[in-house]
Write a protein that binds this ligand. Structure first.
Ligand SMILES: Cc1ncc(COP(=O)(O)O)c(C=O)c1O
Length: 385
């Protein structure tokens, strides 16, 4: 028996994430898994060959701290061509261990004890623990209605002299909504004449449907001047396990972020960066993604047509929120556990991302899956009455 006793926990009351819980249950019951947010199909063979080639060419030691320059140059070209803003690859772009580390580094670089950070709920689960680890206070705002909209009056009221940062996420996980140009302009208008930093999580930037556009913070001067924009190659190129992403920000902000990045990880996987730099030469590799995932969304919704689940078609990301209130009265956590145990189908209950776990009887399904998996899932779901 050990006599060692832990003095305290730095993140109090933090349970295992819902993804861990649901994945374990899904595994135990051998369930079809639409819970976790990653594809169950392969990344491009050509990209794998580029990684192998980069390894064989000897790029197996530390990469430069801020990332392989060629890759940063390609990122700068991509951002400029899509959103019309030039970021300097030398001073304004850093390659990170996935978007999660960009988010961690950005929050850690700027949030100090008792600083307030505004987070819209439901939210991706890494924001709040990172804010708290840094002594900050998450100030939560619930997105409203079926379209998960920002309540601008509430936002204006919650901005105080202690607000250090606002975090937005568009396209949005888990709701699948996309912030409109008007919403971005409204945010710009609210932030003008403040020194509030904007953390804009845009990992699903290429996954926007129905001829809509992704409105990056980079495209709005009053936002870009204060914005750290986070992106993920894992999400974009179907290789979340490679954990490579990046962030762009004006040099004064990036200087601070790199102080954290340098001592948290120093640098990122070298051969992958060389491969991505080559792969980004062809914009089709990311421009076709919207159509690719729109087909998946449409297929899933079509297959689900005769089910008792109801949905507003997802506008972006690879998630579809569905309402099950015609099927059951039980809470969404209970319902999703029963889905796994009785029907062998895993999804994510939305309440776990809401303020006070508000339960609207909604589940999140990930449609980044093979047609075969989507068909199998829908066959189960349409038979739940
Ligand atoms: C909104 C959001 N941000 C960030 C991430 C993390 O991205 P990465 O895998 O590149 O760390 C995810 C992954 O699920 C996400 O959904």
């Amino acid at each position: 028996m050990s006599n060692f006793q832990l003095r305290t926990s730095k993140i109090q009351n933090q349970k295992d994430s819902i993804f861990t819980t649901m994945s374990q249950l899904a595994h135990k019951y051998n369930a079809t898994d639409l819970s976790q947010g990653f594809p169950n199909f392969e990344t491009d063979d050509y990209l794998k060959e580029l990684v192998t080639k980069a390894m064989k060419a000897g790029n197996n030691q530390y990469a430069p701290m801020a990332g392989v320059l060629k890759l940063r140059e390609r990122i700068a070209e991509k951002v400029e061509s899509l959103y019309g803003r030039k970021y300097n690859p030398e001073t304004e772009i850093t390659v990170t261990n996935g978007a999660t580390q960009a988010i961690y580094s950005a929050i850690t670089a700027f949030v100090q004890k008792d600083d307030e950070v505004i987070v819209f709920k439901p939210a991706y689960d890494s924001y709040e623990p990172t804010i708290k680890l840094n002594g900050g206070i998450p100030v939560l705002i619930q997105l409203k209605g079926a379209q998960f909209e920002i309540d601008w009056n509430e936002l204006a009221k919650k901005i105080t002299s202690r607000t250090r940062m606002i975090i937005i996420n568009t396209p949005h996980n888990p709701s699948g909504t996309v912030l409109s140009k008007e919403a971005m302009l409204q945010l710009e208008n609210l932030l003008i004449n403040t020194d509030i930093i904007l953390l804009s999580d845009e990992v699903y930037e290429h996954l926007v449907f129905d001829n809509n556009k992704h409105h990056s913070a980079a495209a709005f001067s009053g936002l870009a001047e204060r914005a750290i924009i986070c992106a993920s190659f894992g999400k974009t190129f179907h290789n979340t396990g490679w954990k490579t992403g990046y962030c762009v920000a004006p040099s004064a902000l990036m200087r601070e972020i790199r102080k954290v990045h340098q001592f948290a990880v120093f640098c990122v996987n070298h051969p992958m960066q060389i491969a991505y730099a080559e792969y980004l030469k062809d914009p089709e590799n990311y421009l076709q993604l919207g159509n690719f995932y729109q087909e998946k969304r449409d297929k899933f919704l079509h297959l689900m047509k005769s089910s008792k689940f109801s949905a507003n078609p997802s506008a972006g990301t690879y998630f579809q929120v569905m309402d099950y209130s015609e099927i059951a009265n039980e809470g969404d956590v209970e319902f999703s556990e029963r889905l796994i145990k009785e029907y062998k189908l895993a999804a994510i209950p939305i309440s776990v991302f809401n303020i006070d776990n508000k339960d609207n009887r909604q589940l999140r399904f990930c449609f980044a899956k093979t047609d075969e998996t989507l068909e199998k899932a829908a066959e189960i779901l349409i038979n739940i009455k």
